[in-house]
Design a protein around this ligand. Structure first.
Ligand SMILES: *Cc1c(COP(=O)(O)O)cnc(C)c1O
Length: 402
């Protein structure tokens, strides 16, 4: 009998009861806007910022409307403007180059390695082309951050981290988002906490924090923040920083706070699922697993593997065969962007020279989401299906001749 998987790759868990109760209380109060507070009240948004700052070990935190908005705000706060160039990953998702384009700047793409992290040799080679790097920890794979910070430090490059897939992860014990000048996170439904839309930004730099808070649309109400720098930091910039509204509201913050409190437990559950997939796929001929370095503590909320040097037709055949058995894989190498997958050359507003070494890797990346609604048995079943279908196609001769 041929096994089939019948679960949904896009079904998340419900919002925890405590989040639903807190959200109802906000709705009953009518005070959804973060600065709309009863006398003596501390709003949910300010509390979320305080708790997220503590969670990451950052001095300052700002909650905003989306992860993309957090990145654009970070770029503005460090002074990126029209015509500037910003280094970023060739392997990432559309909101990352989109954030760069939103401030009128141009992305300069840096290659990807077989470990699915930024190519540090390519970064060093391009280091004189820009003075800001928007580093995407794409799909939760963290590069050697010690080496990256050394390369950027030597070249005078400021680092902004896109931690959409690394909330709760760390490198050598330092939370992801805490190596660079600013860390940006997403609270969108498919990330590690779910308020539909939402974002967070952390930094230890008082000037950057004050600018980000003003940019997000705080009017002159910055004293209602708790994870913010002292008033002097605002005095210096308040007449020169435009209001580009993108605040978070109390309803979303109320939903997020109990999820943040649960995150460590959720990370363990994600990683158990990730390991079940990895165990089930290990040793599959033609399939390359992505190594996870000891220094990296990750969140296995999605799973990638490589079908390296396979022909496009053979990859497509694996996708089709898996799909017929209920397993939805996404292919980053597809010539046309589909759903959330896209290649750097599909962002045509950016002038991107060809990157043959990265193209070879992108052409082999297969990806799937791992929602927590999957059981460990589901993950073992998904791995058996992929293993069987990759095996069948591989045996028929899937690899491109050199
Ligand atoms: C989701 C995502 C973002 C941005 O998140 P939004 O909240 O959807 O704007 C940024 N980077 C990556 C890699 C993402 O997957």
């Amino acid at each position: 009998m041929t096994e089939r998987f019948t679960g949904s790759f896009t079904q998340q868990e419900p919002i925890p009861e405590a989040g639903i109760a807190a959200a109802l209380a906000v709705l009953q109060s009518g005070r959804l806007h973060r600065y709309n507070l009863a006398p003596g009240e501390i709003g949910e948004t300010a509390l979320l910022e305080e708790e997220f700052a503590a969670f990451t070990g950052a001095r300052y935190c700002l909650a905003v409307a989306s992860g993309g908005y957090a990145m654009a705000t970070a770029l503005r706060a460090v002074g990126v403007g029209p015509g500037d160039r910003v280094l970023s990953n060739a392997f990432t998702l559309a909101p990352v180059p989109g954030a760069i384009a939103s401030v009128g700047a141009q992305p300069v793409f840096v290659g990807v390695t077989e470990d699915l992290t930024i190519d540090l040799r390519d970064l060093a080679a391009k280091a004189d082309e820009a003075d800001v790097l928007l580093l995407s920890h794409m799909r939760g794979h963290i590069c050697d951050m010690d080496r990256l910070m050394e390369v950027c430090g030597d070249a005078g490059i400021r680092v902004i981290e896109d931690c959409a897939h690394t909330m709760g992860a760390s490198w050598r014990g330092v939370a992801s988002g805490r190596h660079g000048a600013i860390g940006c996170y997403s609270c969108q439904t498919y990330k590690h906490v779910n308020s539909g839309e939402g974002g967070l930004l952390v930094t230890d730099d008082a000037d950057l924090a004050a600018r980000a808070i003003m940019l997000s649309g705080s009017y002159m109400l910055y004293d209602r923040h708790r994870a913010a720098p002292p008033p002097e930091a605002f005095e210096r910039i308040k007449y020169h920083t435009p209001n580009i509204s993108g605040r978070m509201d109390n309803l979303r913050a109320a939903i997020l706070r109990p999820q943040l409190a649960d995150l460590a437990k959720q990370v363990d559950r994600w990683n158990a699922r990730y390991r079940a997939l990895e165990d089930g796929l290990r040793g599959t001929p033609g399939l390359t697993l992505i190594p996870r370095p000891d220094a990296e503590s990750f969140v296995g909320s999605s799973f990638q593997f490589l079908l390296l040097d396979w022909t496009g037709d053979s990859v497509t055949e694996v996708l089709d065969r898996c799909e017929r058995r209920g397993v939805e894989l996404k292919w980053f190498g597809a010539p046309e962007p589909l759903a959330f997958t896209s290649r750097y050359d599909s962002w045509r507003y950016a002038d991107a020279p060809a990157m043959p070494e990265s193209d070879r890797i992108l052409a082999g990346i297969l990806d799937m989401r791992v929602p927590l609604t999957f059981s460990l048995q589901d993950c073992a079943l998904i791995a058996r299906i992929i293993r069987a279908e990759v095996g069948t196609v591989y045996q028929a001769g899937a690899v491109r001749s050199a």
